[in-house]
Ligand binder design. Structure first.
Ligand SMILES: [Zn+2]
Length: 272
């Protein structure tokens, strides 16, 4: 199963869709039919802007209507230049602009929001490290009063929006923090460091389109090792590396469920 797209993917999509369609009046339809009434509401309206918030994507149209998309596990966008292909499979949403087409298949959510609904979505999401209006202090207030493991808190979208499994596992490794450390034991300085690192890693993810989390001295070139082969593509310390040697200390990377999610960690490097 592929990993659920993390926030950097959604921010890339928002930027891409803005570039392809902003200022235009795309033809919007739902070849599959499940989004037909929603598509009819925005069809032919000017796409004013796009927005990413955590793992949620919004297309804002004139007239205060927004298309809200959550990809979930199976959702996928594709786009290209004309000719527009005949719809193959379950195309929930199709947009045809002046120079590009776009298709969306298999999302968890694809619906039209009014401004109040869009604001409710933002209000229930936590701080998104990729947004300039993020409030890491607000997120820390939740973390600092929680007895839950920091790993679970990082994955709670109402605390940190857009952080998924790969970033949560990797940022804890890089901080040398035990994933089971209760939120209230992380401390303000620990949180500031975690947040800053997460933000930097996710910004790199937006720029590069993949998740790389290893420091320069642990790249394949520096370590003279073979590059990682994995569907998610990037160079990482612990994510989906169970039983393999830690790139820092050589200890076998451990795996275990925590809060119902796949946790990977180095038992030697992450004692703190
Ligand atoms: Zn280690």
């Amino acid at each position: 199963m592929p990993p659920v797209p993390e926030g950097h993917t959604i921010h890339r999509l928002a930027a891409r869709h803005r570039e392809l369609f902003a200022g235009q009046r795309p033809a919007v339809s739902s070849p599959q039919g499940r989004f037909a009434s929603g598509a009819a509401l925005v069809d032919g309206r000017t796409l004013v802007d796009t927005e990413a918030y955590g793992k949620h994507l919004l297309h804002h149209y004139e007239g205060d209507l927004s298309v809200h998309v959550h990809l979930g596990l199976y959702g996928k966008f594709s786009d290209g230049e004309p000719p527009v292909p005949a719809p193959v499979g379950q195309v929930r949403l199709r947009m045809i602009g002046e120079r590009h087409w776009l298709e969306l298949r298999g999302p968890t959510a694809c619906e039209v929001f009014d401004p109040l609904q869009a604001q409710r979505l933002r209000d229930r999401l936590g701080a998104d490290p990729l947004r300039d209006d993020a409030d890491p202090a607000g997120a820390f207030r939740r973390v600092a009063t929680s007895t839950k493991p920091i790993f679970a808190l990082l994955l709670d979208q109402s605390i940190v929006a857009g952080c998924g499994l790969i970033y949560a596992n990797e940022v804890l490794f890089r901080a040398g923090l035990a994933p089971t450390l209760p939120g209230r034991s992380v401390g303000a300085e620990g949180w500031e460091a975690l947040w800053a690192d997460l933000r930097a890693l996710m910004k790199e993810g937006v720029a590069g389109g993949r998740i790389d989390t290893v420091h320069t001295e642990h790249t394949p070139e520096a370590m003279r090792r073979a590059p990682r082969v994995d569907r998610h593509g990037g160079e990482v310390y612990v994510y989906r590396r169970p039983g393999q040697p830690c790139l820092v200390c050589g200890t076998e990377v451990a795996r275990g469920p925590l809060a119902g999610r796949n946790l990977y960690w180095c038992p030697a490097c992450q004692r703190g």
